[in-house]
Design a protein around this ligand. Structure first.
Ligand SMILES: O=c1ccn([C@H]2C[C@H](O)[C@@H](COP(=O)(O)O)O2)c(=O)[nH]1
Length: 221
């Protein structure tokens, strides 16, 4: 759990930082917020062996298939009027969105246990481990088939055990230590002033500098 801002010690390494697994699952859950699916917002975050995120995706209509025009129903009599024939699954999107050469030996963090179609793509892509949050469709044949294929392919899967049940993102938090900044030193040496001169715009800073050299001007280059 994060400590409230006003109880933090600004001189000690934070102990309440997000650990990798919570960070990756939270990243997946954040991406899921982009999904337009009214029932299940699913997403996947692919991480390589160096803990670098190499792909993120969520369930959504394919590119150029407007999510205002294609259906989000699931109970319509005609399959053509339901979402299932159209939606790209989160896992597929995450793999297609990869920003690395491939996703071999990567771990996939997913909200929902991958269906059989996603399992096929996961196996072919070389992902070696799946960490999932929910197995709510565990009794469905598509999930049973998925597990059968993943087992055969030697891909490990395990349910996520979060350290934090809730992670709150507060856009105002960046300003929490506004009042706790160390005061700037009253004695600024000439080196610092030279750096300042190169960083900020000309005349005023230059005049400061000339003043601090007690009248001995630095040579013009
Ligand atoms: O492995 C999966 C399985 C499903 N999805 C997507 C496809 C749909 O948009 C929803 C499932 O909708 P329900 O209303 O819960 O049946 O989840 C996925 O991305 N990956």
């Amino acid at each position: 759990m994060e400590s409230p801002a006003n109880t933090r010690d600004i001189n000690r390494k934070r102990e309440d930082y997000l650990e990798w697994p919570d960070y990756f699952m939270a990243t997946a859950f954040l991406a899921a917020k982009r999904s337009k699916d009214p029932c299940s917002q699913v997403s996947a975050c692919i991480v390589n062996e160096d803990n670098v995120i190499v792909g993120i995706g969520y369930n959504g209509m394919p590119k150029k298939c407007s999510d205002d025009e294609f259906p989000w129903f699931k109970g319509s009599k005609s399959d053509l009027d339901n979402k299932y024939l159209y939606v790209c699954h989160a896992e597929l999107n995450a793999i297609l969105n990869k920003n690395s050469v491939d996703v071999r030996n990567c771990t996939m963090f997913v909200g929902l246990f991958p269906c059989n179609e996603c399992a096929k793509v996961i196996i072919q892509s070389g992902v070696k481990q799946i960490i999932y949050m929910s197995d709510k469709h565990g009794m469905k044949q598509s999930t049973i088939a998925s597990k059968r294929m993943l087992d055969a392919a030697g891909i490990k899967y395990k349910q996520f055990a979060p350290k934090n049940r809730k992670i709150i993102i507060d856009f105002d938090e960046i300003n929490w230590n506004d009042q706790n900044q160390l005061p700037t030193s009253p004695v600024m040496d000439n080196t610092a002033k030279l750096e300042k001169m190169s960083l900020s715009n000309g005349l005023r800073t230059r005049l400061d500098l000339e003043h601090s050299f007690n009248g001995h001007k630095p040579q013009e280059s």
